[in-house]
Structure formats: structure tokens, C-alpha cells
Write a protein that binds this ligand. Structure first.
Ligand code: FA5
Length: 344
């Protein structure tokens, strides 16, 4: 009698539980039902707790029946949860219908900054001529930036007005790429041909001068190098960069680390030497400084100037880029305005 009573009650409990589960329409409702049916205060939990109070011989059977109900309820909850999740997913997919015929969003192609593109082009030309690329430090000492390059102690470039000094004057930001000549001569056994591209720094700022700009240094050290080698190399370079029709003109100049020194002008790339705004009516544009490496520079790095000879040249990359693209203000290159940069 007692047994069938329990069974009856449990059958009822199971039926009610399954009905509650069936009614649940969302995951939230189902979670509420789970707590109600299986939680600590649920009838099933209380009955399981009460097992201990039954006479010992009744416990196993009652326990087995209660467990059977609990399993049935748990599995009904699991089944319902899967069903609800699937229903919710289907509803979501239905409501979030999207138009697969819409064109995708375009991601614009990136491209090099004009200074970087010009630098790459120049490096390509010189490595094609057999020059190797060497880099040097941007923070230098007076020794490498000036002294070993034969600058006298009272040279104006050493002035605080022109050079950024750091660490209380113990170091400086290199004002040109020429100190790489010294590093290379100390580290590479001649003969060698080197280019040294990189950033340099000067207290300088107007439409054609930037406090940070890029230079490319080139130098060749060997026995019996003469000015003809320098001219031939620069002629090849200019013709590759600006075309075979471009004319070259060397003017005497002065740099402490070259003797003799020269500045190279080329026929104006805009007007073809007729005279225009870019060349200020002269038909010529200055593009670089160059010369034969001064014997004092060889001596400062321990190379015998009776044995070794060489040429060197150096120019500003921004200037080449400005001429190439017709840019009349150097600051445009460093303002990172996308409307400007998109044009290249
Ligand atoms: C030099 O710096 C020498 N080291 C070049 C050289 C190397 C000569 C090897 C001989 C042998 P100069 O100070 O003239 O020279 O600078 C070279 C170029 O850097 C200039 O022609 C110019 O194009 C560029 N330049 C100079 N100052 C600036 C600046 N503030 N902003 C942008 N470009 C600059």
C-alpha cells in the first residue's frame, strides 16, 4: 500500500514536472523550471533528503524510484534546452536576414610614403651598380660626426644653432650620413663601395628645410680612384633616375672631408633647362655634394692615404622626392595628411 502510494505520488510529480518543462518557451523560463524541479528546495530534493527517515528496508527501493524520476526530469530538461536553443537560433537567423547580393566594403590598397618610395628607388639604382648598403647610428659623437671627418674645431656646423646636442653635449644627433664613412672604413677592408641611407637632424625649419630629413651617402674606396670614376657613377645614377637626356654640371665647392669638392647640378627636370619657377629661371637644379675623400679622413681611420683613394657623395632624399613629384613645401611630407599622401 505504502509502496504504491509513493509510486503514485512520484508518477504525479513526474507528470507535473514534464508538463512544466513542456510549457517553458525560452532558455530563461527553462532555467526557472530547472531550479523549481531539481533545486535544493524542490519536492524531489526534499524527498531525497527524507530518505534517511524511512525504515532501512524501504530505503533502496524508494531511493531507486526517486532517482528514476530525477533522471527523467533531467533528461527532459536537456532535451528541451536543445530544442529551445535551436528554435532561438532559427528565429535569430530568420530575423537577421541579410542581403548577400550587397557589394562588400572596399579596403583601400596601402602604398609607400613618397620619401620611402624614392629611397627604395635610389637604393635599387646603387645596389644595381654594385654598392652595398650599410647603416650607422643616429646618435653620434663629435668624433665621428665632425672630428674624424676633418671638421676644424671652430667650424660653424658644430654650433648649438645648427646641431642637436644630447646628454649635456656628450652626444649629438648626426647632422649628416657622412659619419657612416668612418664606421665603414673602420669595419670593412677596402676596396669597397657603400651606400648609407638614413635619418639626419639639424636645427633647421622652413619650406625646403626640415629638422629631421633623410640623406643618402655613397662612397667608394680603392686604389687609384679618380674624379672620372665619381663623374661616371653620378652620371649613370642621374640618367637612371631622371632619364638619359638629363644634363650634369659640376661646380667647385667645399666640404671638410673631400678635396677637391663639388656640387652637382642637373638640367631642370620640369622645364628641360629653359628656365622656370622650380629652377628659379636658371635651367639648373642643385642635387648633391661630392668630392674625393680627403687624405686626412683616411689618416683618421688608420688607412694609408698614399695607398688608398676614394670618392664620396651625399644628398637629401626629400629634395629628390620634391623634384620628382613637384612638391614645393617639405613640411607636407611630414604632416601625414591622408589627402596629400593619397596622391602618390
Ligand atoms: C652634407 O650633408 C654632406 N655630408 C654631403 C656630402 C657627402 C658631400 C659626401 C660630399 C661628400 P649638405 O649640408 O650640403 O652636405 O647637405 C646635403 C643635402 O641635404 C642638401 O643638398 C639638401 O638637399 C639636404 N638638406 C640639408 N639640410 C636639409 C634640411 N634641413 N631639410 C631637408 N634637406 C636638407
Amino acid at each position: 500500500m505504502e509502496k504504491s502510494d509513493l509510486r503514485n505520488e512520484l508518477d504525479k510529480l513526474k507528470a507535473i514536472s514534464l508538463a512544466v518543462i513542456k510549457e517553458a518557451g525560452s532558455t530563461a523560463e527553462l532555467e526557472k523550471a530547472r531550479v523549481e524541479l531539481l533545486g535544493r528546495k524542490s519536492e524531489l530534493a526534499l524527498r531525497l533528503k527524507g530518505l534517511g527517515k524511512l525504515p532501512a528496508d524501504k530505503r533502496p527501493e524508494a531511493g531507486a524510484e526517486l532517482n528514476a524520476v530525477r533522471e527523467a526530469v533531467t533528461s527532459a530538461l536537456d532535451d528541451k534546452l536543445s530544442a529551445i536553443r535551436e528554435k532561438e537560433l532559427n528565429e535569430k537567423l530568420e530575423n537577421e536576414l541579410f542581403d548577400i547580393t550587397l557589394p562588400g566594403r572596399e579596403t583601400g590598397m596601402g602604398h609607400g610614403h613618397p620619401v620611402v618610395s624614392v629611397m627604395d628607388e635610389l637604393i635599387g639604382i646603387f645596389t644595381g651598380l654594385g654598392f652595398q648598403v650599410v647603416e650607422g647610428p643616429e646618435v653620434e659623437t663629435d668624433e665621428y660626426n665632425f672630428k674624424m671627418l676633418n671638421f676644424p674645431d671652430d667650424h660653424p656646423a658644430r654650433d648649438m644653432q645648427d646641431t642637436f646636442y644630447v646628454q649635456n653635449g656628450a652626444r649629438l644627433l648626426r647632422t649628416h650620413t657622412s659619419p657612416v664613412q668612418i664606421h665603414a672604413m673602420q669595419n670593412i677592408k677596402p676596396p669597397f663601395a657603400v651606400i648609407a641611407p638614413g635619418r639626419v637632424f639639424r636645427l633647421d625649419s622652413d619650406v625646403t628645410h626640415s629638422p629631421v630629413f633623410n640623406q643618402l651617402e655613397g662612397f667608394y674606396v680603392d686604389r687609384d680612384v679618380n674624379f672620372g670614376h665619381l663623374k661616371g657613377t653620378l652620371e649613370l645614377f642621374v640618367h637612371r633616375l631622371y632619364g638619359e637626356d638629363t644634363k650634369l654640371r659640376f661646380r667647385p665647392s667645399f666640404f671638410p672631408f673631400t678635396e677637391p669638392s663639388a656640387e652637382l647640378d642637373i638640367s631642370c627636370v620640369l622645364c628641360g633647362a629653359k628656365g622656370c619657377r622650380l629652377c628659379k629661371g636658371t635651367g639648373w637644379m642643385e642635387i648633391l655634394g661630392a668630392g674625393m675623400i680627403d687624405p686626412n679622413v683616411f689618416t683618421s681611420v688608420g688607412l694609408n692615404p698614399e695607398e688608398w683613394t676614394g670618392f664620396a657623395f651625399g644628398f637629401g632624399i626629400e629634395r629628390i622626392a620634391m623634384l620628382k613629384y613637384g612638391i614645393d613645401d617639405i613640411r607636407l611630407l611630414y604632416e601625414n595628411d591622408p589627402r596629400f599622401l593619397r596622391q602618390f
